[in-house]
Ligand binder design. Structure first.
Ligand code: BUP
Length: 466
């Protein structure tokens, strides 16, 4: 390896929301002639989508070295959760010691290790023992990162339970309502609270944090974190977003785009709640009714099971024959993985009803598509705040939310009438359309040569070459 070439190992954790940013970041590195990439994946994966995307990435970039870490299974009783993705997070943490031999035998030697935020405590000693610079690729918003950095202070103050203030006041950040905090992080005994309690104090041992965000979407949080306002001793934050999708040969199962091709520009609302959220059957019905009532053209991705491998019923069973009849001619409904970036970048798509997973928000921002935020769990309310504050979209805060713990125990079903009305508001609002388009312009400028993303990437690589 020449002294002018870097070799970066990427180590994502479980779930598409965590895998996709790593593959996209890897693809950005590979655009440069002076970067080599090793991808370390976990085996087995929870979802089919994870293994399919890894294969796509590896066939698109045959120069990537692929290493697999075989997970040691965990006993669910020791994790205090039955969510398969949560169990997998813990399995990866508990198997992280297997990383040492993989890293030390890498050839040519590695310049840096970039890994998931949920792996800091188990991985940092390994990286340190190998004198390997250690970076986290944070898969969520900078606003969420400010909360993660602040978490030890929040925990020390009793998780806000002794404080009657409904707002969490993090220095430099507009207050976060307690109701927006991921519910498991309000419970000291949850898996993720335990992870953060252990990991957050170790953030300062990192060489840096990489994040899929950019000025214009998250100006406040990026400036506050990099200005050292949130916590003392934070490592440098590299805003290397927006991440574009990586280019690959479209396989047979890619989206049938013919329908979109026939729709007028900006007329279609795309509806998807991400890779890990299955709405209840009642809520699915109301979403369908609402879309029909909105009078707008729509492209709706239905998901019935949290884990894709378990999807075993067809659209007629899940949506119902009667509703399918009403939908005919007004919209397209599918129950399969679609290439969401391809959909959002299609000229016919003007709006996005989204659960606000951070990758989805990033894609909407990149393509300037306005968002109707309907967060479902985890960090998604914090992301919905970013959507609203940046002007990328609207958020109806009163709409239901899973009670946390990764469970599916939603109690409130939002009615179709209300959904239809808000979809009309989303698609009809000219100022919303313009503001989202403006964010898309900023995102595109950030991605150009000399733009913030490209300059920040250069700075990151320059650091590795020193
Ligand atoms: Br579903 C689906 N096609 O059909 P998020 C998702 N995606 O390309 P998540 C598709 O998966 P959490 C589909 O574009 C995005 O890049 C989508 O990540 C892609 O949400 C990714 O948006 C999904 O971050 O979970 O995975 O539901 O909120 O935990 O990040």
């Amino acid at each position: 390896i020449s002294p002018q070439t870097t070799h970066v190992a990427l180590f994502p954790s479980a779930g598409m929301g965590h895998l996709i940013p790593f593959l996209r970041f890897g693809a950005l590195l590979l655009r440069r002639s002076n970067c080599r990439v090793t991808l370390i994946t976990i085996n087995p994966t929870v979802s089919l989508a994870e293994s399919q995307h890894t294969s796509q990435f590896l066939s698109a970039y045959p120069q990537v070295t692929h290493l697999q870490l075989n997970l040691i299974p965990v006993d669910p009783a020791t994790v205090n959760s039955d969510d398969p993705f949560w169990l997998q997070f813990e399995a990866v943490r508990r198997s992280a010691h297997l990383l040492g031999p993989l890293l030390s035998s890498a050839s040519p030697p590695l310049s840096a290790l970039v890994y998931d935020v949920s792996l800091i405590s188990p991985v940092i000693p390994i990286a340190e023992s190998l004198s390997l610079p250690s970076y986290v690729l944070f898969p969520a918003s900078a606003r969420m990162l400010s909360f993660v950095s602040y978490f030890p202070t929040f925990a020390a103050a009793g998780f806000g339970s002794t404080n009657s203030d409904p707002l969490l006041r993090i220095p430099g950040i507009s207050p976060i309502p307690r109701s927006s905090i991921p519910p498991p992080l309000l419970d000291p005994n949850s898996l993720f609270s335990r992870i953060l309690m252990e990991d957050s104090p170790n953030l300062s041992r990192l060489n840096g944090i990489l994040i899929n965000s950019f000025e214009g979407l998250e100006t406040e949080a990026l400036e506050a974190i990099n200005g050292g306002k949130v916590t003392k001793g934070s490592p440098p934050l590299f805003a290397v977003g927006p991440f574009p999708p990586f280019e690959f040969e479209k396989a047979e199962w890619s989206t049938p785009l013919n329908w979109l091709d026939q729709q007028p520009e900006g007329s279609v609302v795309y509806v998807s709640f991400g890779s890990r959220t299955a709405l209840s059957r009642d809520q699915i019905t109301e979403v369908g009714e609402g879309l029909v009532k909105s009078g707008c053209r729509f492209f709706w991705v239905v998901k019935d099971k949290k884990v894709d491998k378990e999807e075993d019923e067809g659209l007629n069973d899940v949506v119902g024959v009667e509703l399918m009849e009403k939908i005919r001619g007004r919209g397209l409904v599918v129950k399969q993985w679609v290439d969401q970036s391809e959909v959002l970048s299609h000229r016919a798509v003007g709006g996005f009803v989204s659960h606000c997973g951070w990758n989805s928000v990033g894609e909407a921002a990149l393509y300037g598509v306005r968002v109707l935020a309907w967060p479902q769990n985890g960090d998604q309310k914090i992301n919905a705040e970013v959507v609203r504050a940046s002007g990328l979209g609207i958020w109806v805060e009163s709409w239901g939310w899973r009670s946390g713990g990764g469970g599916d125990d939603r109690t409130v079903v939002v009615k179709g009438d209300e959904i239809g009305e808000r979809v009309r508001e989303l698609m009809g609002g000219e100022s919303l359309r313009l503001q989202a388009a403006k964010i898309g312009d900023v995102a595109r400028k950030a991605s150009e040569v000399g733009g913030t993303r490209e300059n920040t990437l250069e700075r990151f690589i320059g650091e590795l070459l020193e």
